[in-house]
Each structure stands twice: as C-alpha cells, then as structure tokens.
Design a protein around this ligand. Sequence first.
Ligand code: ATP
Ligand code: MG
Length: 264
Amino acid sequence: MLVVANQKGGVGKTTTAINLGTALAAVGEPTLVIDIDPQGNASTGLGVPRAERKLTTYDVLMGQAKLAEAIIPTRIPRLSLVASTVDLSGAELEMIDMERRNSRLKDALAEYSVHGSSPGQSPFSYVLIDCPPSLTLLTVNAMVAADAVVVPLQCEFFALEGLSQLLKTIELVRANLNPALEIQGIVLTMFDKRNKLSDQVAADVRENMGEKVYSTVIPRNVRISEAPSHGLPALVYDLRCPGSQAYIKLAGELIQRERLRKAA
Ligand SMILES: Nc1ncnc2c1ncn2[C@@H]1O[C@H](COP(=O)(O)OP(=O)(O)OP(=O)(O)O)[C@@H](O)[C@H]1O
Ligand SMILES: [Mg+2]
C-alpha cells in the first residue's frame, strides 16, 4: 500500500497516482486508487463524473460506508477507485473529535483486509492513495494506512526545501503512528531537458537523497497535461508519448522495489 504525497501543490502527485495505477493494472496487477484529496482530481482524471461518486472517501472516513461499498470500477480493466468530492474538505474538521482520528483510513482498509495475512484475501496487489497538497489529517490518515511513500518532486528551484518538511512529517508519523512507514522512492517530475535548472535540481536531489531517487525521470510532456480533460490516464490517451513511456518504466522500478521491500 503506497501513498503519493508532497505538501507542495501541482508537483504531479495525481498524475503519478493515475498513471502508475494504470501501468500496474496493465501489467496484470489489480490496483485500487484511493482519492483522499477534496479536489477530486484523481477521480476526474480517471473519468468518473461527480454524479457517479455516490459513496466516497468522505463516507469511509466518517464511518458512514464500508470501503467495499465505496470501491467503483474505472474504464481501465483491473483498476478500481474510491472517489472523492469537495465534501472531503469538511472531513478534516469533523474528524478532529473522532476516535482514532489518525487511523480511520487504516481501520477501514484493515476491515477490508487489504493487509490480510494470506495474500488471497485482498483482490488488490497495489493500493495507491492520492493526497492533497497539505500535511494535515487527510495526508496523515494516508501515511498511517500505508507501507511506503512515493514522493513526486518537481524539478524546480525550491524542490529540496519543500522536501525537508515532508521528510520531517514522515519521520513524525513513523515515530508516533506507523513505525513501518518507509519512503519507497522520490520521482523527479516535469523534467525539462532544455532547461539547465532541471538538470541542476535533479543532480542536487540525487546527491542528497541517493538511491531513494528512482532512476526513471518523468519529462514535461504536453500529452500528460491534456489527458485529464478527456477523463483518461495519459497511458490510455497516448501510450506512445514520452510521458506515458516514463510512467511505464517507473512502474517497473516500483514493482522491483516493492518485491525487495517485501523480501526484507
Ligand atoms: N510530466 C508532466 N508534463 C506536463 N504536465 C504535467 C506533468 N505532470 C503533471 N502535469 C500537469 O501539471 C498539473 C499538476 O499536476 P498534478 O495535478 O498531477 O499535480 P498535484 O501534485 O496532484 O497537484 P495538487 O497539489 O493540486 O493535487 C496538471 O495540470 C498536470 O496535468
Ligand atoms: Mg493532486
């Protein structure tokens, strides 16, 4: 179970969740995307209109629905979704007084037995949680539920500064709420090969974060930004474009790392 997080807005979290999910499903791994962002961009990008978002992440966190009831299929074979709507912005406040407010998503997933001791118990090989651009209760719930974090990092000047804040939060969650939480990897996004700064930032991040950085880099690619308005993952909208190809490579790396992690 992986959480896609970075408190910085617009760095490619949703794009990464959608396209990794699609790539994993395409190689035969049943995958669930959980949209825990009130913006609902992952839900829109996967082609699920508002009218079809009946039971959502909000209902699950509030205890008004079981996870199983909120899971809906997408147009992509083997890719399912728990959608979100703006209602979810209220959840943050409503959860403050609730029991186990940090663990509500984890509890819902446990009941669904995604973590079941026998592998056959969950129909999903992968669960990807798409976070909002904040480190508040919604993101904490995702980090408490997950085994590892995938961090999209945009190749721009302040990338490393934002990263240190995120690393501190991951450390806090690990110390207090989820000792098993790891960083699966950092993915450099919107890399522009014509821009020297992109190269510089990529080199800096690799120097600081070493092997945590995936070798796959996601290029800036207009086809990727066009895809969501068609309600399609870039991988379906234009499989051959450089962005889609990069996400397929990234999925390969992610599967490899997940195997090593589970074997450890
Ligand atoms: N590799 C890319 N090339 C070009 N455009 C991209 C790329 N990745 C993401 N984008 C575009 O950049 C914008 C932000 O991406 P995305 O929504 O994935 O970021 P986010 O981190 O989820 O944002 P938020 O913090 O608002 O949730 C979107 O319009 C998206 O289509
Ligand atoms: Mg997003």
